[in-house]
Ligand binder design. Structure first.
Ligand SMILES: *Cc1c(COP(=O)(O)O)cnc(C)c1O
Length: 390
């Protein structure tokens, strides 16, 4: 069975491709396809790829097959952004009057989108505390969909995927997981019974901060539903963007291995430094869910850990702002998972729409800093971090 590194390069043909031809897939810059006969047009119109680009496209197929192979899924569907993918899931599976159970630690865009669906489209939302299986079991009966995220932003909490899947299966509720922070080399949630895994391909899959994309992987039936929603609502990317995303995915194993190793190295240095408090990284011995993280990452050839670090500036919230302003090599920017290291203040980014009380409940203090570690050398990054802390 080929490993995930091989699949990241070769997609669903991990034994190689015996045909003559270019080593990369050509970019097919076409919005439509031509047909020699009405009969072949009618036949193509029943399928997805090769009729009209919003229905499906050869460059989308490459990325979708690769993402599906990495996740061990029957299929995958590419969208124009992570939000496009999440919206596609809700468009495909929800109707007015349905109820969604939503994990409390969730991406701000997901939260805002569900608030919109609640207010304007008559979808009910029940919130549950992250990882609270009893509250989840109580909330699930009668719901259509459970939406969760793991690891969470920015505190990198992890949920027990097998136990959560079991609760969802018992209640007949679709379990959708946003696994952007792990990526397919960090964890394969479908192996633990998750129904659909969603990732913002804008982050580590693309990896170069130069494109937007979103992917959903799962069984063939739900993928057909997602493709139907994508065709209707139109959240398709450009063929060139799909090609660039595939290019990024080819180097995913090398990028992830280096970024994760550097992040762990820097997390250890911060952990030993009195100027940083409450340092969080999934592979740090002090992470309270170490055993669960190990178990879930074990499905992934040891690629787990991630390239994100969260910590509190011991000198307080004003110092956290000064820290971001003083960093030179690390750019102050939202987003994560790219080759450039980035810093952000959750207070001003992901958790800006939250009230002070909600932030306190979520453990998002004003002195909290999030680092996304890129490809730079650890010593150079540490020199920058050390100078900024000083
Ligand atoms: C960035 C992100 C999204 C949204 O993705 P876009 O590509 O920006 O639309 C969704 N979920 C998580 C966890 C993210 O980090």
């Amino acid at each position: 069975m080929p490993g995930r590194g091989t699949k990241a390069v070769h997609g669903d043909a991990p034994q190689g491709d015996p045909r003559d031809g270019p080593i990369t897939e050509p970019i097919v810059r076409a919005s439509t396809f031509r047909f020699a006969s009405t009969a072949s047009l009618i036949e193509a119109s029943q399928g997805s790829t090769g009729f009209y680009t919003r229905y499906g496209h050869p460059n989308f197929d490459v990325v979708e097959a690769k993402f599906a192979a990495l996740h061990g899924a029957e299929g995958a569907v590419l969208f124009a952004s992570g939000m496009g993918a999440l919206a596609g899931v809700f468009q495909a599976f929800l109707r007015a009057g349905d109820r969604v159970v939503l994990q409390r630690d969730i991406y701000g865009g997901t939260r805002a989108l569900l608030a919109e669906l609640q207010e304007r489209w008559g979808v009910d939302v029940t919130w549950v505390a992250t990882g609270d299986l009893d509250a989840l079991a109580a909330a699930l009966p009668g719901a259509r969909l459970f939406m969760a995220e793991s690891p969470t932003n920015p505190l990198l909490k992890v949920i027990d995927l097998a136990a959560t899947s079991e609760r969802c299966r018992e209640a007949g509720v679709l379990f959708v997981l946003d696994a952007t922070f792990d990526g397919p080399l960090g964890c394969t949630p479908l192996a633990f019974g998750v129904d659909l895994v969603v990732e913002s391909a804008t982050k580590s899959l693309g990896g170069h901060s130069d494109l937007l994309g979103g992917l959903v992987a799962g069984a063939a039936g739900p993928c057909d539903e997602l493709r139907r929603a994508r065709k209707l609502y139109g959240a398709v990317p450009d063929p060139e963007t799909a090609w660039l995303l595939d290019r990024g995915m080819r180097t995913l194993p090398a990028r992830i291995a280096r970024q994760n190793a550097t992040a762990l190295d820097l997390a250890r240095r911060l952990d030993a430094d009195p100027r940083a408090d409450a340092v969080r990284h999934p592979a740090l011995a002090s992470h309270p869910q170490g055993a669960l993280i190990q178990r879930q990452a074990a499905s992934c050839d040891g690629h787990g850990g991630g390239s994100l670090i969260a910590f509190r500036c011991a000198a307080g919230s004003a110092a956290a702002i000064r820290f971001c302003d003083r960093l030179r090599l690390v750019a102050h920017a939202p987003s994560l998972g790219g080759v450039e290291s980035l810093v952000s203040l959750p207070l001003l980014t992901s958790h800006a729409p939250f009230s002070a009380e909600e932030r306190a409940q979520a453990g998002i203090t004003d002195d909290l800093v999030r680092l996304s570690i890129g490809q730079e050398d650890a010593d150079d990054l540490w020199a920058d971090i050390d100078a900024a802390l000083r």
